[in-house]
Design a protein around this ligand. Structure first.
Ligand SMILES: Nc1ncnc2c1ncn2[C@@H]1O[C@H](COP(=O)(O)OP(=O)(O)OP(=O)(O)O)[C@@H](O)[C@H]1O
Ligand SMILES: [Mg+2]
Length: 229
């Protein structure tokens, strides 16, 4: 597996699916990086299901709160309907300019040691009708932190995602498996299985933790993976 290549401070947090813990991981990592004295900015380029003004429940807002960044304080583009971004944009008669998003993210990166970007949905979920999270990682020259839920089925989902990341030659920093609200009999054993089957040593199990400060302890290992100088 293409596990290491510490060339960039750009990290794309991608998921095997929606709701697997990308934002939880991003917020925990942001807090851990801050605590380590790093300047961190987290960006949610596209967020859907956003009604009215930016709310505390939105990913972009939660990420900004975790980093303490001046801006952006919410997702770069927000859409009303809780569907894939290009579908949500079509419903509002709006366009998504992928190149402009990449440009904005790069500008935010200029004032950060580490820039975290959270994709929308899963790895192949569309960001526009032409581009997905892997295209964003490629455009930003970002490494990928793959997040999945530590439950039955995750071996298949995670191996499929790792296989396609390898095929398109994106650098995988590692995998974070987040503990589900309701553990099943596979929870706790999936990380070892994924490591064994993929050859990737960097597979971390994150326990179920609500306290933001404690959550940052849980992802401390990811900072070591980053090999920041
Ligand atoms: N390790 C964990 N401990 C406690 N809660 C968690 C953990 N991981 C995920 N959660 C919770 O599970 C829910 C889904 O996680 P999260 O919002 O991070 O997923 P996501 O992949 O970002 O989803 P989306 O695709 O909607 O952006 C959230 O309520 C989150 O707080
Ligand atoms: Mg999220």
């Amino acid at each position: 597996m293409n596990e290491t290549m510490p060339t960039s401070s750009m990290l794309l947090i991608a998921g095997t699916d929606t709701g697997v813990g990308k934002t939880w991981t991003g917020c925990a990592l942001a807090r851990a990086l801050r605590r380590a004295g790093r300047r961190v900015v987290a960006v949610k380029p596209l967020e859907t299901g956003c009604l009215g003004p930016p709310a505390e429940t939105e990913d972009g807002v939660a990420l900004a709160r975790a980093t303490g960044q001046v801006g952006p304080r919410h997702a770069l583009l927000r859409f009303r309907d809780p569907v894939a971004p290009p579908e949500a944009a079509d419903r509002e008669g709006r366009q998504i300019d992928f190149e402009a998003l990449v440009h904005q993210i790069r500008e935010h990166a200029a004032r950060a040691d580490v820039l975290l970007v959270e994709g929308a949905g899963g790895l192949l979920s569309p960001l526009t009708w032409e581009r997905n999270a892997m295209d964003l990682a490629r455009a930003l020259e970002a490494r990928v932190l793959l997040v999945a839920a530590d439950r039955l089925g995750t071996i298949n989902h995670t191996l499929m995602a790792l296989r396609i990341l390898s095929l398109v030659r994106l650098d995988v920093l590692g995998v974070v498996l987040t503990a589900p609200g309701r553990p099943d009999s596979s929870t706790g054993s999936n990380a070892v299985a994924i490591s064994r089957l993929s050859g990737l040593s960097r597979v971390l199990c994150a326990p179920r933790v609500e306290d933001p400060e404690v959550s940052s302890d849980c992802v401390q290992e990811v900072i070591e993976w980053l090999q920041l100088t």
